[in-house]
Design a protein around this ligand. Structure first.
Ligand SMILES: [Zn+2]
Length: 270
């Protein structure tokens, strides 16, 4: 699943392998992948521009192109990026192909067809993709428990669904939120505004540990060269419903909160 560790792995690979190179253009075998501008204009807009930087904001991959243009890519749940030789075959999963100098192409692939790209002047991309409305980055060292407390205070929604809302906090996907709440020993079904400062500090520490380990292992999906990361989708409790909790032995429960499948331990998450 493409959550922050997987997207961060791609961002780091883009920095190492693509930044400094020039795009020769882009074509979209699956035109619905291009949110804006329309596909032909999208290809013309990125063509000839050097990639100056690559970074991540929440689950968006953002490439700064020469001339103040931002190229944004979202992997959704299953999207991947691959660096392949020019002319590499495409198939039904190939959504967008970017030409690069040096005899290579960047292929955006998604077996579900949900991945999306967009490009435009940086301010326009930020406004249209609502990047300014995103919450603080989980891994930003300047973001602390008091900062998270300020974003949860008075919130009546369910804790789990509030945490995966990237406007609250940018950095937790569904899988990583379940693992983080287990690490912090907090019940995902609680009201978001009900946590004590001590619980919030545990939650922040647990979430950072989960996401940092995922990044260190290069996520659960393939990188730009097609090498699969060493992180596990089913780490401690995600995907382990009905099995004993690794901490207390109670059987792990699975439920739906909002529309999100959620795993938790009824024994030690309170
Ligand atoms: Zn337990």
């Amino acid at each position: 699943m493409a959550e922050v560790p997987e997207v961060e792995t791609l961002a780091r690979d883009l920095c190492a392998l693509v930044v400094g190179r020039r795009l020769s253009g882009a074509r979209a075998p699956l035109p619905e992948a291009v949110r804006f501008p329309e596909p032909a204009a999208f290809g013309a807009l990125v063509a000839g521009r050097r990639v100056e930087d690559a970074n991540r904001r929440a689950k968006w991959l953002l490439c700064d192109l020469e001339g103040g243009v931002t190229l944004a890519m979202h992997m959704m749940l299953h999207g991947t990026l691959r660096l392949l030789p020019t002319g590499a075959p495409t198939d039904a999963q190939t959504m967008v192909v970017f030409g690069l100098d040096g005899g290579e192409e960047l292929h955006l692939r998604d077996r579900k067809g949900f991945a999306r790209v967009a490009a435009g002047p940086a301010a326009e991309v930020a406004a249209r993709l609502r990047l300014d409305a995103l919450g603080p980055e989980l891994l930003d060292p300047a973001f602390d428990a008091a900062g998270l407390a300020a974003r949860l205070v008075g919130r009546r929604g369910v804790l789990k669904t509030t945490l995966v809302d990237q406007k609250t906090l940018a950095g937790l996907g569904n899988r990583d939120a379940d693992e983080s709440l287990w690490e912090a020993r907090i019940d995902p079904r609680r009201k978001a505004g009900s946590l004590t400062l001590d619980e919030i500090a545990r939650l922040l520490a647990g979430a950072r540990a989960v996401v940092e380990e995922g990044i260190a292992l290069r996520g659960t999906m393939t990188d730009l060269r097609g090498v699969r990361g060493g992180a596990r989708q089913d780490r401690k409790i995600y995907g382990h419903a009905g099995e004993p909790c690794p901490r207390c032995g109670t059987l792990i429960a699975r439920t739906f909160l909002g529309q999100l499948i959620t795993h938790y331990c009824p024994g030690c998450q309170v």
